[in-house]
Design a protein around this ligand. Structure first.
Ligand SMILES: Cc1ncc(COP(=O)(O)OP(=O)(O)O)c(N)n1
Ligand SMILES: Cc1nc(C(=O)O)sc1CCOP(=O)(O)O
Ligand SMILES: [Mg+2]
Length: 505
């Protein structure tokens, strides 16, 4: 027997309740590929055995209530799901079998309302569409495309306003959230939106946003909706928030479209499937994310680490800290004042800018972007909740650098859309300096995000102390930010010097 320590790999379970596809393009085969790519284990409850080829659906053989129910029965006490993806429900029987199981189910459910084939053929029997709302109270997210949204709501979806009205109608009917897929947007009128982009609209009771993605020129698109809904379900099973799951789902879809492949037959080259491979790691797969439908505005912020990395990055609450720390060789610092306003605040910022200039240090002002512009600070650091009340163009036009906080995939996508001078990832470890709703990321996630968006300087923040410092340096981040390890230290100067040395080493 080997002495090697055995690590047990436990994967969350996701169910696909959908139809099979003989051609290996869409339906459950696509679901399984997406679920496996996001490190979850797929279980299958098949509702119909469809006969398909590259030309489309040849026959749809719906399974009976008993055949479907027996699959639920086989799984329900042994392989409980963390999330369920529902696709084709061809009959009222299929819908009833699902409803029966859902009575006691409290987990996540992504409902992809497969109603028509891409050639426009109705795939569900009479009565199914009318009964869809009975599933809504159990639905975490519904993912209709434009024709499905129109069919489900009876609204003529033809522009931005009607997309929103129809999605709101689904919310009123009890679904928790809606993601309107933009793949069929060529059929509708969109103002001020450039060609070549797909725009998806997400709305829940508390939030809405748009995802923008440059269209990929590929013929291999069968199974697109299945991959997206399954990837979102898998990300939910991995305990990501719904907003993060939607962003991750979109990232996996973009990767899958890039990796699609064609097939050959006696008739020549045939369209093939898209191919999700693994956890998404390519910058190009990150969707752009904004609060409105227009193509994202392009900002240009100056670089902040062209000559040298940001390095040790103390975050302090008074200008006098700059007098203490900059002479030691600190080259990046942030003024984060939370307890002053009016004249006193302005004076603190004015003083800090003057000290930083004298030492040729990079001073970022937290929150107060107007005062940072007024006193021509080196840069501004903002959290994402600050963005709604910020004139981002004014910061860029004034030539100041911008640093943005990110805590989750949703925020990473939103920050990447703005293209700031640096991105901060936090909290890396537990912090006592600020109440945070986020579970600490750890070093692995910091490295994952750096690898995903390698063109930005990354700053690590949250719970970093002298003991953890060397591990964080090893990740190759440009800057390491901290409050308490320096400001609460018995000897702030000594610990600063030690960390400066460790960063150089
Ligand atoms: C380098 C760095 N990263 C993150 C933060 C947090 O900023 P923000 O989200 O704006 O929160 P507050 O600091 O304002 O509480 C930061 N300040 N610096
Ligand atoms: C202000 C702040 N922002 C964080 C983020 O994750 O965005 S963590 C944090 C507190 C950092 O303080 P300390 O170094 O004492 O843990
Ligand atoms: Mg802030």
């Amino acid at each position: 027997m080997s002495n090697k320590e055995q690590t047990i790999d436990v994967k969350p379970i996701v169910w696909t309740v959908a139809g099979s596809d003989t051609a290996g393009l869409a339906g459950q085969v696509a679901d399984i590929r997406a679920m496996e790519a996001l490190n979850t284990h797929p279980c299958m409850i098949t509702t119909a055995v469809t006969a398909q080829n590259n030309q489309g659906v040849v026959a749809l053989n719906a399974l009976s209530y008993e055949q479907i129910n027996s699959q639920f029965e086989a799984l329900k006490n042994q392989l409980q799901p963390e999330a369920i993806k529902v696709g084709l429900l061809p009959t009222v029987d299929a819908l009833n079998a699902l409803s029966g199981f859902l009575q006691d189910y409290q987990g996540q459910l992504v409902l992809d309302p497969v109603l028509m084939s891409s050639s426009g053929k109705l795939l569900v029997e009479e009565g199914v569409m009318e009964r869809y709302p009975s599933l809504f109270s159990k639905t975490t997210l519904i993912t209709p495309n434009i024709p499905e949204l129109a069919a489900l709501t009876g609204i003529n979806v033809c522009d931005e306003a009607s997309i929103k009205a129809a999605a709101d109608k689904l919310l009123e009917q009890g679904v928790n959230a809606v993601l309107v897929k933009g793949g069929h947007q060529e059929t509708i009128e969109l103002d001020d939106v450039g060609e070549g982009f797909v725009h998806d609209y997400f709305v829940s009771q508390s939030q809405s946003f748009w995802l923008h993605q440059e269209k990929q020129s590929t013929e291999n698109t069968r199974g697109t909706g299945c991959v997206l809904a399954s990837a979102i379900a898998a990300a939910l099973a991995q305990k990501y928030s719904l907003e993060d799951a939607v962003v991750l789902g979109k990232m996996l879809l973009n990767q899958a479209l890039r990796n699609g492949y064609s097939l050959t037959s006696e008739q020549g080259l045939q369209k093939g499937p898209l191919k999700p491979l693994a956890w998404p790691q390519e910058t190009g797969d990150v969707p752009l994310l904004t609060s409105n439908m227009q193509n994202p505005q392009k900002y240009q912020f100056p670089a902040c680490d062209e000559d040298k990395p940001l390095g040790l990055y103390p975050v302090v609450d008074r200008a006098e800290w700059l007098e203490r720390l900059l002479p030691l060789g600190v080259t990046t610092i942030q003024l984060r004042v939370k307890d002053l306003e009016g004249e006193a605040l302005e004076e603190e910022i004015r003083k800090a800018v003057a000290i930083a200039e004298a030492h040729k240090a990079r001073l970022f002002i937290n929150d107060y972007w107007q005062l940072a512009i007024k006193y021509n600070a080196y840069g501004v650091h903002l959290g994402q909740e600050d963005l709604e009340a910020t004139d981002v163009s004014a910061i860029a036009d004034a030539g100041l650098r911008l640093g943005l906080s990110t805590h989750c995939y949703y925020e990473v996508a939103r920050a990447h859309t703005i293209k700031p001078s640096y991105l901060a990832c936090g909290p890396v470890y537990h912090t006592d300096s600020k109440d945070m709703p986020w579970i600490p990321h750890g070093i692995d996630n910091l490295m994952k995000w750096q690898a995903l968006l390698p063109d930005y300087p990354w700053v690590a923040i949250g719970g970093i102390n002298l003991e953890r410092f060397p591990r964080v340096v090893k990740t190759g981040v440009s800057g390491i930010a901290m409050i308490s390890a320096i400001t609460q230290a018995c000897d702030s100067e000594a610990i600063t010097k030690t960390m400066l040395e460790l960063f150089k080493a």
